[in-house]
Structures are given as C-alpha cells and as structure tokens.
Design a protein around this ligand. Structure first.
Ligand code: E4P
Length: 215
C-alpha cells in the first residue's frame, strides 16, 4: 500500500519525507487555509520535497469554470493531481479532463456508487472519507471494501485512496480492506512508528549493552 501525507504543513512534510516511506501528498482548502499561505506556492514547495502525486483541490462549481481551473492547477507541476469533489458537474469535468491526460482525485466520496461513477468518468484516484463516514455512524472500512470489490470485479483502473484517516487503526483497516493508498495526517504517521513494547525493548537492550565492551 502506498502512503501519502494528508497535510499542507511543509515542516511536517519534510519530516515525513525524511522517513523514506511517503509516496505522495494530499491537500485541501481547509489544510491550506490553516497554513495561511498561497495555494500554488505551497503546492510547488511540496513538489520540491516529495516526488510523487500531489493533490490540489479545485473549488469552481460551474462546469466551464471548473474545467478551466483544473487545467490551470494541473499546469502548476507535472506531479500535480487535480482534486475534484464528487458531483454531477465534477463527473462531467472528470470525463473531459481525464481524456486530456489530466490526473484527477475524486474527493468527498462516501459510497461505492459514487466511486463507480468516478471510475467510469476516468478518475485516477477516488478518495472515500473513512473518518467522516465513521463520525456519521457509518462503516468507513466497509465502504472501502465495497469500492475495492467493485473495481476488482470490473477491472476498473482507478485507485482507492483512503482519506479522512483519524488514527493508526484506520490505516490498518484500510490496508486490510484493499485500499491502494492511505493519505495520513502527519501525527498519525508518527504514531504508527510507536509501540510501548518497542520503547521498553530498546530500554532493556541499552541497559544490557552496558555489560559488554562496545562493538
Ligand atoms: C484528503 O484528501 C481529505 O481532504 C482529507 O483526508 C479530509 O480529512 P478530514 O475528514 O480529517 O478533514
């Protein structure tokens, strides 16, 4: 499974990238607004740090404006993937833009039917929001499982990008459900490294290593 960072914080992205396990980054208007920076400037900074798909979100709600915005955003950098929210207009735009070779990440996906339509429109990535589904009393992992089964059954090439991840267990569940990618907040990525038994084990080994000459 590939791992993307779900943040627009450049320090977190640098720290995460240094681990050598980060394959891409996703951003959204909320994450960028939190940083108080210009969207394009930040995306280009991210492209300098991580050599992989970098998602940047469009906000236009009208078809021609959305297509024009997506073309502008896609032209920022060859690694930029244009995020388009799931909607009637979003599907129409995805069909046109994917035919031009522009990579799309269909965002705000909450059902297997939405994911099926996005794949048929030619999206590259589909982002089911696991945490927001769970928050609303649904089963986010089950939705991922349904999307993966649908894509597998019909050989649809879109990749399932588990989003809205809240904790390390969500990552494990997404992996077991067959998600191709999980996009993970930096804090969750660093939590994934930790285990109290690892800390305890290191402590014991360091203590015992005092009993012989250093190698
Ligand atoms: C990423 O593509 C999504 O925009 C993000 O994971 C949403 O996460 P949230 O539900 O924590 O806002």
């Amino acid at each position: 499974m590939r791992i993307f960072l779900d943040t627009a914080n450049i320090d977190d992205i640098r720290r995460g990238a240094a681990l050598g396990v980060v394959d891409g980054v996703t951003t959204n208007p909320t994450l960028v607004a939190r940083e108080g920076v210009d969207y394009k400037t930040r995306v280009l900074e991210i492209c300098d740090v991580v050599d992989g798909p970098i998602s940047a979100e469009c906000i236009s709600m009208e078809l021609e404006q959305l297509v024009a915005e997506a073309r502008r955003v896609a032209a920022w950098h060859p690694n930029v993937v244009v995020k388009i929210p799931m909607s009637e207009v979003g599907l129409q735009a995805t069909k046109r833009l994917s035919a031009e070779g522009i990579k799309i990440n269909t965002t705000l996906v909450f059902s297997a039917n939405q994911a099926l339509l996005a794949a048929k429109a030619g999206t590259t990535f589909v982002s089911p929001f696991v945490g927001r589904l769970n928050d609303a009393g649904h089963d986010g992992t089950e939705v991922i499982r349904e999307i993966v089964a649908t894509y597998d059954a019909f050989n649809l090439p879109a990749q399932v990008l588990a989003a809205s991840i809240r904790n390390p267990r969500d990552v494990t569940e997404a992996a077991l459900a067959g998600a191709h990618i999980a996009t993970i907040p930096a804090a969750v990525l660093f939590q994934m490294i930790q285990h109290p038994l690892t800390d305890r084990g290191i402590e014991i080994f360091l203590k015992d290593a005092q009993k012989y000459a250093p190698v």
